[in-house]
Design a protein around this ligand. Structure first.
Ligand code: C5P
Length: 222
């Protein structure tokens, strides 16, 4: 079978990373969580007092920053300048500001270049918002995952509880809706289904149901 690239996009908390990880494992491909890269930059900027609206300052920070995504037994680790920030980048402070970081054209150009380098050998499952449209426009398989805001908030609520993070269902619903709005309405590479992506509504599917559907698409195209 030929080695392909798999792009998985969709709104916040649609289950992209969960299914992307499982598929990468099944295929023995690498998994690249591009959201973690925007989160890592957001965290570093916040820690260093850099204003997220300041595109030039953010780009400067990014250019002096290494972001590595490592597969470990416990899952994927995010290394920011060599330091493990896997947990920090999931904080609500980062989550609720990351869309500001991600709206800047110059920041995106640098991130996309790094992501394309990670994916240039094929054999990759990459998830994000603009993978099928901009990062891997030639990916053999493009998936767009959807689910209702209620369902996504419920899943994130349960995930937060299991990780020991504070969780408030109504607040999560508002935050997810707000992040979707910012990500969909931004000028540069907004969240959008690629014309050739397969749309899967996961609202009434469990994880393995979603994985099965994606594997069917993969088997058709590889
Ligand atoms: O996927 P995740 O929810 O971790 O992404 C965090 C944020 O990073 C998104 O809300 C979005 O603002 C940004 N992002 C992006 N493009 C990507 C991946 C993430 O703009 N490819």
């Amino acid at each position: 079978k030929k080695t392909i690239s798999i792009a998985i996009d969709g709104p916040a908390a649609a289950g992209k990373s969960t299914v992307a990880k499982i598929i990468a494992e099944k295929m023995s491909y690498i998994y690249v969580d591009t959201g973690a890269m925007y989160r890592a930059l957001t965290y570093k900027a916040q820690t260093n007092g850099v204003h997220l609206e300041d595109e030039t300052a953010l780009l400067d920070v990014l250019k002096q920053t290494t972001i590595q995504l490592e597969q470990t037994e416990a899952g994927q680790a995010v290394l920011l300048d060599g330091k493990d920030v896997t947990r920090e980048v999931r904080s609500s402070e980062v989550t609720n500001s990351v869309s500001i970081t991600a709206k800047h054209r110059k920041v995106r150009e640098e991130m996309v270049a790094r992501q394309q380098q990670m994916g240039n050998q094929g054999g990759v499952v990459m998830d994000g918002r603009d993978i099928g449209t901009h990062v891997l426009p030639n990916a053999e398989v493009k998936i767009f995952l959807l689910a209702s805001v209620e369902e996504r908030a419920k899943r994130r609520y349960e995930e937060n509880l299991s990780k020991g993070f504070p969780a408030d269902l109504e607040k999560l619903k508002e935050e997810i809706a707000q992040r979707d709005k910012l990500d969909s309405e931004r000028e540069v590479s907004p969240l959008k289904k690629a014309d050739d992506a397969v749309e899967i509504d996961t609202t009434s599917l469990d994880i393995l149901g979603v994985v099965d559907k994606i594997m069917t698409v993969i088997n058709e195209r590889s």
